[in-house]
Design a protein around this ligand. Sequence first.
Ligand SMILES: [Zn+2]
Length: 240
Amino acid sequence: MTHSLPRRTFVGATLASLSFLPLSSYAAQLSSSLANSLSKAERDAMTPPQVLAELKKGNERFRSGKMASRDYLAEKRASAAGQYPAAVILGCLDSRVPAEIVFDTGIGDTFIGRVAGNVVNDDMLGSMEFACAAAGAKLVLVLGHTACGAVKGAIDDVVLGNLTGLLARIKPAIAATKFDGEKSSKNAAFVDAVARTNVSLVIADIRRRSPILEELEHKGSIKIAGAMYTLTNGTVDFFD
Ligand SMILES: [Zn+2]
């Protein structure tokens, strides 16, 4: 599970020099990282905590400006015949929180669902059940973020077409957030506290409304986790 060669070396290996590496060495490098498209064997060998650890490492690469050197065309070729993603991530619609980038993952590594306020409905639950029960993903990650416009909209009781119903899904998090201070959308600390509560409530919702995912987690086949992304510094703060 150790990196015996610099990352640039094994990315190059996928293109040209694979024959120079012992196969076992090559597999060991890939299995310890989400930096290239995962094979079924590599994904299946990972435990849910290992998948979480890989996302943490990927975020460290992102925020330190040392992202993996990638060949998307090679990843496209490698993954076209089959996908073996290790995680399903539910994130916000916000243009500033692209999960593949902030976790530095490649094509075929993660299922991503995005909707304003990272809320769940039946379709999103069905997508997560497909990801884990049918496609073998090991981690469900709910990713909230700071300064979330959807959370601000819920706090402000914004009424706008279909958005009204979406914001209603966030409102329980406002009531559930214990906070001393001004409870308005102008108070960044309150907005972020509500966003964090929202992630926790969404996780509880997933467990309650999806017996399939709850059972997989109970068996240890998957992990359901939460995290908050900070727009200003690129850091993902994992809840556990
Ligand atoms: Zn948002």
